[in-house]
Design a protein around this ligand. Structure first.
Ligand SMILES: [Zn+2]
Length: 336
């Protein structure tokens, strides 16, 4: 062992089986050390290579995964934005449908008002009404059965589609009604205005503050001669200088004075009637002037053939005096 150690050589005996001889292999010590070192080195190289490869694979995988992740995130966000868009659209549809219902209600109100006007014209009018425009307006039906309020209940897509379709129908209906109204409403309004003018022109307003009648229409004993005479109007007692009102709207055709009538005014009304106001202390209107029902046209007096302060009021129809009482009513202190 000393010599082997000294010459730094080692002998390996290789024994195989009985048929083979034992082999002696002489190896220098450094070489013997180098073999396992080389093995370790090559192994660690392999491990390093493996490590490098696996880290590459891992990073590739990581990339793939992160790509997938990004894709799925993108998908998610596009799903989210789609959902948001759908929600926005749904809200739009709901808003539009509410607006449509609101418009329908307003137009229904207009339609009702027009029908009221038609009824007004039919009741007070001059027979100019054709009637078919009212039928046109009322032939459209309304659905005001939609109520508002309550808890939140999520809607399904098909419900939204139904609502969208319904809203579209509503708007179409509104459009149709608008078209009808465009042609009928101005006509109705004009007729109503004409009717209104005739009504305002109808002498119905009691012409004085006082309601004390001292002489009625018809035959009476004349207060001056004591003989039977025809009284063409009614006499209403009142205070000297008290107001005298126009019984209806119209045009002043006469503002004059005469021995018997004293100071007097004649108003012609649109329906052909005239009203006469006599024995006035002062006339406040001029010939040709238009007056409204209730306008103060004169002051009460006792001018002309009069025994004391009173208004002689008379209604003339087709140049003949008629009884004023069917026209004016003592309770009519308001404009009616
Ligand atoms: Zn009289």
């Amino acid at each position: 062992m000393k010599s082997a150690s000294a010459n730094r050589r080692m002998t390996l005996l290789v024994m195989r089986d009985a048929q083979h001889s034992v082999k002696q292999i002489h190896l220098s010590k450094p070489l013997l050390m180098a073999v396992p070192a080389a093995a370790v080195l090559s192994l660690s190289g392999l491990i390093l290579a493996l490590q490098a490869h696996s880290s590459q694979v891992i990073s590739q995988l990581e990339q793939k995964v992160s790509l997938e992740n990004a894709k799925s995130l993108q998908l998610q966000s596009s799903v989210n934005s789609r959902e948001q868009s759908i929600e926005r659209l749904q809200n739009e549809i709901i808003k539009l449908s509410t607006q449509a219902k609101d418009m329908q209600l307003k137009m229904q109100r207009v339609d009702e008002l027009e029908q009221q006007l038609q009824q007004f014209i039919e009741k007070h009018g001059t027979g100019m009404i054709t009637g078919d425009s009212a039928d046109k307006a009322s032939s459209l039906s309304w659905d005001a059965s939609q109520h508002i309020g309550g808890e939140f209940i999520a809607v399904h897509d098909n419900e939204m589609l139904d609502l969208a379709q319904e809203t579209k129908d509503d708007f179409q209906e509104i459009q149709e009604l608008l078209k009808t109204m465009e042609s009928t409403v101005p006509d109705t309004l004009q007729k109503a205005q004409e009717t209104q003018r005739l009504i305002a022109g109808n002498p119905t307003l009691w012409p004085t503050e006082s309601r004390v009648m001292t002489s009625s229409f018809g035959y009476r004993t004349d207060p001056f001669t004591g003989k039977a005479a025809f009284h063409a109007g009614i006499d209403i007692a009142g205070d000297n200088g008290g107001p005298v009102y126009a019984a209806g709207a119209g045009k002043v055709t006469t503002a004059d004075q005469s021995g018997a009538r004293g100071r007097y005014v004649v108003i012609e009304h649109p329906n052909g009637l005239q009203t006469w106001y006599m024995h006035l202390s002062k006339v406040l209107v001029k010939e040709g002037e238009s007056v409204d029902k209730g306008d103060k046209i004169a002051l009460l007096g006792s001018t002309g053939r009069s025994t004391g302060p009173h208004l002689h009021f008379q209604v003339v129809k087709q140049d003949r005096p008629v009884n004023p009482l069917p026209y004016i009513r003592p309770e009519s202190s308001e404009f009616n």
